[in-house]
Write a protein that binds this ligand. Structure first.
Ligand code: AMP
Length: 302
């Protein structure tokens, strides 16, 4: 089933204790689309500048990713640079250059308007809402990611957008900031009042917790001995999660639980190498094998 994503397509400079890259293709929508396209066709909405070449575009080719909604504008693409601490739990943003993203006004191609599943990547909540308004009839599921910048900077706009969202994917700090509540399970109740009835709290190397009005489900991060670069793990998680849900076309406790596992599986590939290097190579059988290992890690007898 059709899955639309709006978000950044960017160039990143990344430094981690295990290495450094000066310029690599990144952006939330890039990671999301690469992950989700293993499960369902993806329609990408974003903007790039003149520095985005045929070679950059090649990474999306041969996959079920529609780029009709990827606008090209004069100027440079979004650029982001970040450095990770020794234990990789903390990240410092060194540079954020909006460039063409600064004047981005998403306009959906006609063929995108009937999308049944929508993911609003981390951008201005007013733009997220403008995308949603262009989708008709109302989508079956709407996921949203955001960050402290929008939670603190444009709280009213974010609240307005959240009213139309089913699944919110944020990290623990963001959950606390959004709700003013330290305890994450009490915070989840605050989120339910804002609109989303499913909250997914991304906790990096500690995995992810899903708090639904009627149940809770948690997954660990896949046990890896070496993490090279955590960039894009959250967006990859969201892509695996929403891609799986859209492929099932049905949102139930069962599909939500499995989607959590596929999100974690996809994210575990992303962090193995810098940028999208590993994610762009992963095969269906590798995904299946890791999902099976996940089942073994988490199954027990009562
Ligand atoms: P994550 O590690 O999941 O937070 O995602 C990192 C990706 O998000 C990088 O590829 C960046 O290009 C992109 N990114 C970083 N900051 C922003 C921002 N303010 N708006 C949109 N995308 C961003």
């Amino acid at each position: 089933m059709s899955l639309l994503v709006v978000g950044s397509v960017a160039f990143d400079a990344i430094e981690t204790p295990l290495g450094k890259v000066e310029r690599t293709l990144g952006g939330a929508a890039t990671y999301f689309a690469l992950a989700a396209s293993h499960f369902t066709p993806v329609r990408l909405v974003g903007i790039v500048g003149e520095d985005f070449t045929e070679q950059d575009e090649a990474i999306f080719r041969g996959r079920k990713i529609d780029l009709a909604g990827l606008e090209r504008a004069p100027g440079k693409s979004f650029f982001w640079s970040g450095r990770y601490s020794q234990n990789m739990n903390e990240r410092t943003t060194l540079v954020t250059e909006l460039n063409v993203f600064g004047s981005f006004r998403p306009k959906l191609p006609e063929a995108y308007r009937d999308s049944e599943h929508v993911f609003l990547g981390n951008i201005d909540p007013t733009l997220q809402r403008s995308v949603l308004k262009q989708v008709r009839p109302k989508p079956k599921s709407v996921g949203l990611d955001t960050m402290n910048y929008w939670i603190n900077g444009t709280p009213q706009e974010l609240r307005e957008t959240l009213k139309r969202v089913h699944i919110l994917t944020i990290n623990d700090d963001e959950t606390r900031q959004l709700t003013g509540e330290h305890n994450l399970f009490r915070a989840a109740r605050g989120v339910f009042k804002m609109g989303p009835k499913t909250l997914i709290i991304k906790r990096g190397e500690n995995g992810a917790v899903m708090v639904h009005e009627e149940f809770i489900f948690a997954v660990p991060a896949f046990p890896l001995e070496e993490v090279h670069d955590p960039t894009g793990a959250g967006d990859t998680f969201a892509g695996g999660f929403m891609g799986y849900l859209a492929s099932k076309g049905r949102i139930s406790e069962q599909t939500l639980r499995s989607a959590m596992v596929y999100g974690s599986v996809l994210a575990s590939f992303t962090v193995e190498q810098f940028g999208v290097e590993r994610l762009a190579q992963v095969t269906k059988s590798e995904i299946r094998a890791r999902a099976k290992q996940f089942a073994r890690i988490t199954t027990f007898k009562l």
